[in-house]
Design a protein around this ligand. Structure first.
Ligand SMILES: *[C@@H]1O[C@H](CO)[C@@H](O)[C@H](O)[C@H]1NC(C)=O
Ligand SMILES: *[C@@H]1O[C@H](CO)[C@@H](O)[C@H](O)[C@H]1NC(C)=O
Length: 396
């Protein structure tokens, strides 16, 4: 079997991105999928779309190398960038009892193994350590400490038990806060290093924001998160740091989800309507905190005016979903689910998404007053102040 020294050289498990031989393919993570009659490994990858690639999986089964041909599918939401997300799939032989590692290789003579990586989701438990997990993709050039802490504490108040952040870079103060949340087990940081290999775009239109891959690689990161947490959480929220999904009749997601499942069923994902709260609007300072003013970022509690949504226009909704229903995730909803069920739009009197950002909006817009966030202020303010104090951002 694999020689120990050999194995260590090949197991670069701390490297989040692995190039496949001579191909322009970058492997992110490999996961056992237990949802079909025959077990398979799904590998999330970033691929040069026009390259004619064929892959094999070299699986470490019961200490032996077993090779099988892979199939792959490039996700359709590539926004015409050169690179896109792919799912590379290999069947798992039923004689393979203990599958520990896999290497994706180019098929044929050139396809030698460059690196094995651990196979995740080897078991499929039916109870999960987390009820609600949030996937945040991607943290890039981040320095708004106050916004980070406000978001984390709001996520906690809403009932999230885990936040997964795909992180490219941030400033040292942000890192300090991330370290704190990571140590307490609330946050998992996944290093997101694809920009070492290819040029990521800062937007979604190649002509306006040039680059080789859509928006910092958000889509492969989201798909990796779905598979990584498939058997770790009952529900996943696929959203950004500056977005809050707030219910109206109840306070938390813990109370909201049973209500939604009663209304819409348990075999669908739930879409939450996006509502924009621009930082360019006049602040409402009822909850202004003097002490927070010196912390980098913007206090979202000051922004309670939203831009009216245009009826029938596309809405940048985000979803909460049982990850075991997901086959392919995209920025807004799902590309493919295992049961063919779509996601459903949650009635906006039940819950909505509040999105706080430096939005621009047409002049003469009549913004709508919506201070629902203030219903959380009494819990949010002391929680945020405590974190800022503990880490020396403000005085006790
Ligand atoms: C499995 O493949 C790796 C990479 O090619 C090689 O180093 C190792 O010796 C192989 N193990 C066996 C048991 O053939
Ligand atoms: C918000 O946008 C305005 C106008 O585009 C700009 O002047 C301002 O600096 C921006 N503020 C932040 C915090 O990015």
């Amino acid at each position: 079997h694999l020689h120990a020294g050999n194995l260590n050289a090949l197991l670069m498990k701390d490297r989040p991105v692995i190039k496949v031989g001579h191909l322009n393919t970058y492997v992110i993570g490999s996961y056992v999928d237990h949802r079909f009659r025959e077990k398979q490994i799904n590998t999330i990858a970033i691929v040069l779309r026009h390259e004619q690639a064929t892959y094999s999986c070299v699986m470490c089964c019961d200490g032996r190398n077993v090779t099988s041909n892979a199939e792959y599918s490039i996700h359709s939401d590539h926004f015409n960038f050169e690179y896109g997300t792919a799912t590379i799939t290999c069947p798992i032989n039923s004689l393979c009892l203990t599958l520990t590692h896999v290497a994706i290789t180019a098929s044929g003579v050139l396809g030698s193994v460059t690196s094995f990586q651990p196979v995740r989701n080897r078991d499929a438990p039916t109870t999960f350590p987390y009820e609600f997990t949030i996937c945040i993709s991607v943290m890039y050039d981040f320095k708004s400490v106050l916004n980070l802490v406000e978001s984390m504490e709001m996520f906690r108040l809403l009932g999230a038990q885990r936040v997964v952040i795909y992180k490219t870079n941030c400033d040292s103060e942000t890192q300090k806060v991330l370290d704190y949340y990571e140590k307490s087990g609330f946050v998992e940081i996944i290093p997101w290093t694809i920009k070492k290999h290819i040029v990521v775009s800062t937007g979604w239109k190649p002509d306006i924001s040039p680059g080789q891959l859509h928006y910092y690689g958000q889509i492969p990161a989201l798909n990796d998160c779905v598979y990584r947490y498939m058997y770790q959480t009952r529900y996943l929220a696929l959203q950004d740091m500056d977005e809050l999904i707030l219910p109206f009749k109840v306070k938390t997601w813990t109370e909201l989800l049973p209500e939604l499942e009663n209304m819409y069923g348990t075999d669908v994902g739930f879409e939450f309507e996006n509502n924009q709260f621009p930082f360019t609007a006049k602040p409402n300072v009822d909850h202004e905190m003097e002490a927070w003013k010196h912390v980098k970022g913007i206090n979202i509690l000051n922004y309670i005016d939203r831009v009216p949504n245009i009826r029938n226009a596309f809405n940048n909704y985000k979803i909460i979903v049982n990850p075991r229903l997901v086959q392919k995730a995209t920025v807004h909803g799902l590309l493919e689910s295992v049961n063919g069920s779509p996601t459903v739009r949650v009635n906006n009197a039940i819950a909505r998404m509040y999105h706080f950002k430096n939005f621009t909006y047409p002049p003469n817009t009549n913004l709508i007053r919506d201070d629902h966030l203030w219903d959380y202020a009494n819990d949010l303010i002391p929680a945020v102040s405590k974190v800022l104090q503990d880490y020396g951002f403000i005085e006790a």
